[in-house]
Every structure is written in C-alpha cells, then in structure tokens.
Design a protein around this ligand. Structure first.
Ligand code: PEP
Ligand code: MG
Length: 571
C-alpha cells in the first residue's frame, strides 16, 4: 500500500476508483490532406460527438444544479452550431487542404482574439465560450479523452492539480464520492465547496496527480487527511469500519438538530451556516442551523456565462430568505477576485490577486454591477430577515460609500413603490488587519461585524491561504489572530453591536472554546460542522473559558495556545 498525506478538507471516508481531471495534451501537427471531403467528415463527427456530450452535461447540470447553471452549456452548444464559426473552418480545409485540427485551431484562435479585443463584455464572454468548446472538439479530433466532471456516471474519487470553483460546481454527489488535489488549503474554495457538498476531500497533497493512475482504487480519509492507493482487502475493511463509525457519530450529533446552542452555564450563541447557492439551504435545515451567517453570492456570478440580471439575483435571494423563514440571512455582496474569477469579466492579470482589485474595491469602481446586486437584495428583503455585509472593507470610507449606494438604491425603489424592509442590518466583514485594529471606530457606524478569518489570517501572517508551502504559517490560534479577534468582539460590544465569525475558524474544535470565552455572538460554519459544534458547546462553560482570556491573549505562540486548550478541554 502507499499512503499520501494531505490536508483534511472535508470529513468522511470515500472508497472508489480514481478519476483524473487533467486537461489532456492537445498539441497537433499541421498537415496537408488529399481527401478534403473525408477531412470535413472527420470534423463533423467531432462536432457531433461534442454536441451530444454537451447536451448530456447540460441535462446533468440542470438536474443537479438548476437551470441557471445549465445555461452556460446552452451557450456552448450554440457556438458549435454557429455557421459563422463552422463554415470558415470547413472552407479552410477545402481551400488550403489542411487537416481539421489546424483549420479548427487557426479559425478558433482568430475569433477568440477578435472577440477578446472587443470593448464589450458580452463579446469577450463569447471568446471564453469558443475557447472552451473548441478544446473539446480538438480532443475528439485527436482521439484523446477529455475529462468532464459533469459527465461522470460511476462512483469515483477525483484527482486533480486543483479544482476551480466552477469544476466543483459541476460535481454530481451521486457519483463523485470525494476528491484529492495537489494544491490548496482548508480554506481554499474547493475545500469549502466540498464541505457544503458533504463529500470527503483532501487538498495540498503536492503530488497526488503523479502518484495515482487513472482507475487506481483509492481511499480518501477526509478525517485524518490520508489517501491510500490500491489498498489491500484488509485495509478496505478497516476503512469501511471507519466509514461506519463516522455514520454512527453523525447519528449522535443529529439528536441535537432542533436544540438551541447553549453552553453548560446557560449562554446561548448562534450557530449558523455558510452557503454558496440557494440549494445549500437544505443542508442548513438538515443540520439544525439557526440561520445563514454568510451567503457567498459570487457563486451566482461564477455559475453563469454573463452577469446575473437583477431579476435572476432577486429570485435567488428571495428563495434563500423564504426557505429560512424568520431566521437571519447574512448576504455578502459580490466578492470576486483572489482565487475567484469570472470568465466573462476580463480583468488584467495582477501580480498579487489576493491584494488586488477585488470585492468591494471592484464593486465601488464598477457601481453598475454593484447597484444591480443591491437592488436585487433590497427587493428580496421583503421576504425574510435579511442582513447585508460588504467584503474586504479596509477603510471607513469604503463602508460609507457602499452604504450610501445602498441607501440611494433603496430610496429609488421606495420612490417606485417597491416594498423594501426597513430593518435591514448593514455590516462588514473584518478580514483585513487594519479594520480589526480600529474596529472601535468602525463599530460606531456598522450594525455588525463578521470576522472573515480565512483572509484575516492570510493577511496578518502574510501567508497565502492557497499555498501549501507556507501553510505552516497559516495559524488560526496565533496570539496575534486571537488579539485581533478579541479587539473586534470588544469593539462591537462596547457599541452595543454583535460580532460573528464566518471564516472556517468558527467551526474549529480548538478555536470554539476560545471564541466562546472571548464572547463571540455568532459562529458561521459549513453546515456539516454545526452539529459537532453544538455538541461541543453544550459541554463547555463560558465563564470558565472567559477566565482564560487574558492568559491566552498574552501567550507567545500558536502551539502554546493549542496545548493549553487541548488540556483544558480534553481534546
Ligand atoms: C473569509 O475570508 O474568512 C471569508 C469567509 O470569506 P472567503 O472565504 O469567501 O474569502
Ligand atoms: Mg474573505
């Protein structure tokens, strides 16, 4: 047996065949052909099979992810039937007697470059569509297999360098039992998506794509972060037992599903969930969540081939609010950039995308995009308990500007006779150290804070959250982080506001006792972490944890903090 260690990103145990998700080598030679007619036939056959595949993918996406996600594939199908693209390829084969690969490549490249250069987002998006679909056709011409996560129809474990959020959005849980990647950390978006899909995942293995062959049998142990390649019968039995135990543990947690979250000495805290799409709400309800603490709206933009319209957004927000009834729903405005890209928004390449033009920075400059989202949110506010928060706030001016746009759009809607809720709380994510340091000043103006530790840790420690080489520096329990978190909570309380946390730290069993002691009001986590967290908090005394506060804040290292908490809470 060989075993590879990685970072446990989503718990559970999966046992299935490996499916390697790699872009194949699509290089080809330009050749002269004599039989032009049969070359055109070869092209037509590749187009036909690509269309059939896309139809199937579209149907899968529609069933598992909804109509919105499926639309991107309609656009791809249109490209393959578009005579403006196909005729020039055929003409090139006829007139220049070149092979179909060369004709396809040259013609597609010409269109891609032409569309990319246009000063119109819709056209630039066409370039991305052509690029995507011609790769598929090229793979068929070359007779190399083109991996397609949405086409998988048997039980597999996916192996990849990394999974983009849109790859992850195409995974069908019925067949994809887990995944393991070379890069990434616990807070990379593929890891977060795995937790919301509730499939075991391991990231940051560095070498899994080299170590595993297509079809190898794999065990993905998302509890301890191990991948076992081609296990023996005994090992399979051992891990099946682990799978069983995990299922039993889940049943014990499930007993607390309809209970409030109360510490052993009677303090109630709110346990809410992070979601990416309206479909994730079911997971919150199944796991006894008390609300939505972070709705990452960017997935609505990423699953689309163009900006979602105001009405499309309104429907999505309304659906989440209605499903949650009177429970709070904190919606974060668009946080694009960093590791989250939009194929149809052509932004210049940046040296440091995580420090670049993203989130609120982009929304304030492109206020057309921002206003559309704000209007959709305001219209949806009439259907539930909506709270709005802005991501990546670094200065008070950014918050003031964003809030002013919100109030302006609200006034416009009210003028038009649209009903808008009058008690929408407006808060910010605290994920930039400058904001955590002067949280007192912010607390006077915002209605609440939600601490985004995924980013706050990477910015405070100057350690990229995606980079496994520096993952040793990504230390949630570092006293610097604890002091910033404490500062934010104290600032909120001093002004009579509430403080939540929606970074992954909020669901971490070592962090939970600390955060309870620091007085955090709301813990927002992956839905599957809610019941284990509730079980843990039930046995913790808030007063006892609070009594350790000064000692913890003055510790020197993350290790000291972790050892202390392990000892005090028997972990
Ligand atoms: C965070 O930064 O902690 C956060 C919750 O936002 P995201 O993970 O989407 O960057
Ligand atoms: Mg963030």
């Amino acid at each position: 047996m060989s075993m590879i260690k990685g970072i446990a990103a989503s718990n559970g145990v999966a046992i299935a065949k490996a499916y390697k998700l790699e872009t194949p080598d699509l290089s080809f030679e330009t050749k002269k052909v004599e039989d032009v007619a049969s070359e055109i036939k070869r092209l037509e056959a590749a187009l036909d099979i690509s269309k059939l595949e896309l139809e199937k993918i579209k149907e899968n996406a529609r069933k598992t992810l909804g109509d919105e996600h499926a639309e991107i594939f309609s656009a791809h199908l249109l490209v393959l039937s578009d005579p403006e693209l196909i005729t020039p390829i055929e003409d090139k084969i006829k007139n220049e007697s070149v092979n179909a690969e060369a004709a396809l490549h040259d013609t597609a490249t010409m269109f891609i470059n032409m569309f990319k250069a246009m000063d119109n987002e819709y056209m630039r998006e066409r370039a991305a569509d052509i690029q995507d679909v011609t790769k598929r056709v090229m793979a068929h011409l070359l007779q190399v297999s083109f991996p397609d996560p949405a086409l998988i129809d048997e039980q597999v474990v996916i192996i990849a360098e990394d999974l983009t959020p849109s790859d992850t959005a195409q995974l069908n849980k019925q067949f994809v039992k887990g995944f393991a990647t070379n890069i990434g950390g616990r807070t990379s978006h593929s890891a977060i998506m795995a937790r919301s899909l509730e499939i075991p995942a391991i990231v940051g293995t560095k070498t899994i794509t080299e170590d595993v062959k297509e079809g190898d049998i794999l065990i993905v142990d998302g509890i301890d972060g191990d991948v076992i390649i081609n296990p023996t019968v005994e090992e399979i039995a051992l891990y099946e037992k682990k799978q069983d135990n995990f299922a039993k543990q889940k049943q014990i947690w499930a007993k607390l599903k309809d209970e409030p979250t109360v510490s052993s000495d009677g303090t109630h805290v709110e346990l809410v969930a992070n979601i990416g799409t309206p479909d994730d709400v079911q997971g919150i309800l199944n796991n006894g969540g008390e609300g939505v603490g972070l709705y990452r709206t960017e997935f609505l933009y990423m699953g689309n081939s163009d900006f979602p319209t105001e009405d499309q957004q309104f429907e999505a927000y309304k659906s989440v609010l209605e499903q949650m009834g009177d429970k709070p729903v904190v919606v974060r405005t668009l946080d694009i950039g960093g590791d989250k890209e939009l194929s149809y928004l052509d932004l210049p390449h940046e040296m440091n995308p995580f420090l670049g033009f993203r989130a609120i920075r982009l929304c304030l400059e492109r206020d057309d995009i921002f206003r559309t989202q704000l209007r959709a949110l305001l219209r949806a506010s009439a259907y539930g308990n909506l709270k709005i928060m802005f991501p990546m706030i670094a200065t008070l001016n950014e918050f003031r500007e964003a809030k002013a746009l919100l109030l302006e759009e609200k006034a416009n809607l009210v003028n038009d006779g649209v009903s808008v809720s009058d008690d929408i709380e407006v808060g910010i994510m605290v994920e930039i150290p400058s904001t955590a340091v002067i949280a007192r000043q912010f607390a006077k103006e915002v209605d609440f804070f939600s601490i985004g530790t995924n980013d706050l840790i990477q910015y405070t420690m100057a350690a990229d959250r995606m980079n496994e080489r520096v993952s040793y520096l990504y230390q949630p329990y570092h006293p610097a982080i604890l002091n910033l978190v404490n500062n934010v909570i104290e600032a909120a309380h001093a002004e009579g506001k509430w403080a939540g946390m929606c970074g992954e730290m909020a669901g971490d069993p070592i962090a939970i006792p600390i955060l309870l002691g620091l007085g955090l009001d709301e813990f927002s986590m992956s839905a599957t972490s809610i019941l284990p967290a509730r079980t843990q908090i039930k046995d913790l005394s808030k007063a006892e944890m609070a009594s350790y506060k000064e000692e913890l804040l003055s510790m020197s290292t993350a290790d000291e903090v972790e050892a202390f908490i392990r000892e005090k809470t028997n972990q």
